[in-house]
Design a protein around this ligand. Sequence first.
Ligand SMILES: C[S@@+](CC[C@H](N)C(=O)[O-])C[C@H]1O[C@@H](n2cnc3c(N)ncnc32)[C@H](O)[C@@H]1O
Length: 175
Amino acid sequence: MLNRKIIGVDINEIALERCRDKVDFEHETAKGTVTIINGNAANLDFIKDSSIDFICTHPPYADIIKYSDGIKGDLSQLPVPEFISMMEKVANESFRVLKKGKFCAILMGDTRQKGHMIPMSFDVMKKFEDAGFRLKELIIKEQHNYRATGFWKKSSIKNNFLLIAHEYLFVFHKL
Ligand SMILES: C[S@@+](CC[C@H](N)C(=O)[O-])C[C@H]1O[C@@H](n2cnc3c(N)ncnc32)[C@H](O)[C@@H]1O
């Protein structure tokens, strides 16, 4: 609708099929193009260096929700340390393909293990900074529709912890 030339990348064919359905419409003012590619965000070798105007990505939060039954390279199969290592590659690839002066937005959340916070979004933020990005904005997104009923709500009262009710939208700048 914004007349952009978009490349959408996901490693899971089911997700890609859903995207194909969603972009399959016509509108008189919509003249953008969408190219959907089955690929791994850690290896974007089908995209040239410094050729992209904006990156927007929403990775899985390690293995909290599994998005596949075991697709090789699926970030949602990885425990936190391996996830962070793979996100380092995603950060390097994102930096490589983005044009100088442009922005990369990444939505990330945290998790809790054995009652304690694992602030993995900040580890991911660090990997993007190490790749060469500067943090332009850190936006907190309230999470209104999380499944807090049932298990997690009861568990949070019993074990005395707060439910995670936000995610971070990191906006990085390639200077
Ligand atoms: C939180 S969902 C986001 C889906 C969609 N992009 C959106 O924002 O609505 C995470 C997606 O990351 C995909 N994914 C997991 N590992 C990936 C990887 N290495 N490269 C590209 N996509 C990956 C999953 O298949 C899943 O569709």
